[in-house]
Design a protein around this ligand. Structure first.
Ligand SMILES: Cc1ncc(COP(=O)(O)O)c(C=O)c1O
Length: 408
């Protein structure tokens, strides 16, 4: 009788995890209300407007601007910051491509720096070393919901007079020292794409406490209009990044569950930290006492394959999935993505910058490689399970360790 589920044995996990996305009559009624109101678009609507206000207030920020997705949120934020050709923006190398492609969309150069080996978030010391006279912003990504070091990053931004933008696509409800992330610097961006901790299939948000930034971002997202002015007056360059009322209505409903769901994901994450730390070869993404809540878009841990008979991470993941634990792929490091490797990114640049040597691309990016090749990401819906589910995840990993030789 085989032991591993991959080979036909009984899976370690039999009780199903909560299925994502979660919805009920709140979403159903809200959608119906929009339908019957016949107001389906943002401009005269009330749902997206209310969602902007409630989401911003929940994140302890003054302003919220809902946009079409998390990529556009970064694009609009960079436009409002005046980022353009010739500028450089410091970006972590381990992230989804949008963090860097939004910089290219602005015609500026994303300067990739490595992440920390323990958090997989941008290394503030490397970010500081990358600053020069062309640096116009730093983007931090709260990887998997775990805030980057916001003490060091805000100090760095203040010291050099460079704005900090938080890409909080993973970090709805995450907290640093008791304060929600997203408005520690000039602003923060969120995604409501299908896998995210609250979703309308697609969607995004920019939050901020900065009135000037907000005014420009709001105008950029609405064809260069200014609130209260005639509909066909367009004061600055903008485009249509508006979120529909359907999505605003769904997200208002999703927001009512975010606090409880985040509390549960955080609590289960810390339970897993304890359980998995006891398994040789498993190192959870570092927690930090200043993180009072981790939104936990994913539960990330490092796998030292030497403690698992030397199997490849992909083999471990395949066997873990077969045991009934859902995972998602880590990000490939951006310097190895075709966009950067082939030089295609240069087509977005101009002048001397387009011809530059871009020495940063020659970095070994060892910690980004650690993230892409040696980490395992358990999906956020699993963290909405109960304590027994977490113990079963740990048991499944323990089982893989016992029978790792069978995977060779
Ligand atoms: C870190 C990060 N930034 C930005 C985005 C872009 O968000 P969206 O998919 O909503 O455009 C994502 C989405 O996966 C992300 O993970």
């Amino acid at each position: 009788m085989p032991n591993l589920a991959l080979h036909g044995g009984a899976p370690a996990k039999s009780k199903p995890f909560p299925v994502w996305p979660i919805y009920d009559d709140l979403e159903r009624d809200a959608l119906n209300e929009v339908l019957e109101s016949r107001v389906w678009w943002r401009t005269p609507g009330t749902k997206t407007l209310a969602f902007e206000r409630e989401f911003a207030a929940y994140h302890q920020a003054k302003h919220g601007i809902a946009v079409t997705n998390g990529t556009h949120a970064i694009e609009v934020a960079l436009a409002a910051m005046g980022i353009g050709p010739g500028d450089e923006v410091i970006v972590p190398n381990a992230t989804f491509v949008a963090t860097a492609s939004a910089v290219l969309f602005a015609g500026a150069l994303p300067v990739l720096v490595d992440v920390r080996a323990d958090s997989y978030c941008i290394d503030p010391e490397l970010a500081e070393a990358a600053i020069n006279e062309n640096t116009k912003a730093i983007i931090a990504v709260h990887m998997g919901g775990r805030p980057a070091d916001l003490d060091q990053l805000t100090a760095l931004a203040a010291k050099h007079g460079i704005p900090l933008l938080e890409d909080a696509a993973h970090a709805h409800g995450s907290e640093w020292r008791g304060r929600k992330v997203g408005a520690f610097g000039i602003g923060g961006t969120f995604s409501f794409q299908a896998s995210k901790n609250m979703t309308a299939g697609e969607g995004g948000m920019i939050i901020s406490n900065d009135d000037d930034f907000e005014r420009l971002a709001r105008s950029t997202h609405d064809c260069g209009r200014m609130p209260g002015e005639w509909f066909y007056s367009h004061y600055i360059y903008g485009s249509n990044y508006r979120l529909s009322e359907w999505q605003g209505a769904v997200l208002l409903a999703q927001l009512t569950r975010l606090d409880d769901q985040t509390a549960r994901r955080h609590q289960n994450g810390r339970l897993l930290d304890g359980l998995l730390s006891e398994i040789p070869g498993i190192t959870p993404q570092s927690h930090d006492p200043r993180i009072t809540r981790n939104g936990q878009y994913a539960y990330i841990f490092h796998l030292d394959s030497r403690a698992f008979a030397g199997i490849a991470t992909a083999q471990f993941v395949e066997a873990l999935e077969a045991e009934g634990v859902p995972t998602q792929a880590p990000y490939p490091p951006l310097h190895l993505v075709d966009l950067f490797r082939s030089g295609a990114y240069r087509s977005r640049l101009s002048g001397a910058q387009a011809e530059g040597s871009h020495e940063f691309l020659r970095d070994a990016f060892l910690n980004s490689l650690r993230e892409s090749d040696e980490t395992v990401w358990i999906t956020q819906n699993a963290l909405l399970g109960d304590e027994e589910d977490m113990r079963e995840i740990a048991a499944a990993i323990g089982k893989l360790q016992r029978y790792a030789r069978d995977l060779k």
